[in-house]
Design a binder for this molecule. Structure first.
Ligand SMILES: CC(C)(COP(=O)(O)OP(=O)(O)OC[C@H]1O[C@@H](n2cnc3c(N)ncnc32)[C@H](O)[C@@H]1OP(=O)(O)O)[C@@H](O)C(=O)NCCC(=O)NCCS
Length: 188
């Protein structure tokens, strides 16, 4: 987005959160509601209500395999994404992490926040030693598809009955990205 010369540049910031204050929880739930109403980025088709969202996000912070990243516009949370590490029993896929539930609220789009959010999740996955990032999107999420393809994600598959939205089957696209050069054979 081209910023107007007489408007101050927006303050864009992305970080991992480990706890919320009340304002953060308010803005996170507001952004999530707005993204769900707009049509995606989450499993929910309809906003589940404030209590369910709060419980969900507090739960994310408690799950050892999940890390929550938020995007801030002028200090307020306007989007989020989750880094999901494989469970400890999955030795065969211990090299691969997933990026899930990424979205930016419609009122904060076009500033480059999703790109920053994705990069922050990738950087953290690299820091943790992962070699591959997996993600999936509905075929209708064209902005996300363009974003991930522009960041080097490779589409490896399609699922014709990936989601059911208001009675309609929606195809899903599956992507992966190599986060570090391959050293030898196999998944590593
Ligand atoms: C996809 C989404 C996260 C992008 O958020 P954003 O903050 O506006 O994205 P950015 O400003 O970082 O844009 C990054 C890139 O995304 C793509 N993009 C963003 N908006 C787009 C649009 N309306 N149409 C096409 N491509 C778009 C472009 O490749 C863009 O790069 P460019 O600016 O160099 O052209 C946002 O539209 C969204 O939340 N959509 C609904 C939920 C969703 O699809 N989540 C991802 C899958 S779970």
């Amino acid at each position: 987005m081209v910023e107007s010369p007489d408007k101050p540049a927006p303050d864009l910031f992305v970080e991992r959160v480990k706890e919320f204050n009340d304002h953060d929880m308010d803005t996170l739930c507001e952004a999530t509601d707005a993204a769900i109403i707009d049509g995606g980025g989450f499993g929910w088709v309809n906003p589940p209500g404030r209590r369910a969202l709060e419980t969900y996000f507090r739960g994310v912070l408690l799950v050892p395999e999940r890390e929550l990243f938020v995007a801030r516009l002028n200090g307020d949370i306007v989007g989020s994404a989750i880094l999901v590490r494989p469970p400890r029993n999955n030795e065969a896929q211990a090299f691969a992490a997933s990026l899930m539930h990424a979205y930016v609220a419609p009122y904060a789009r076009g500033h480059g926040l999703a790109r920053k959010l994705t990069k922050a999740v990738e950087d953290r996955a690299r820091e943790l030693g992962y070699h591959i990032m997996n993600l999936d999107v509905r075929e209708t999420q064209t902005a996300a598809i363009r974003l991930y393809q522009s960041m080097g994600y490779v589409r490896w598959g399609e699922h014709p009955e990936y989601a059911l939205v208001r009675g309609q089957s929606v195809t899903g696209f599956f992507y992966y990205k190599r986060l570090r050069p391959r050293k030898n054979g196999g998944g590593q």
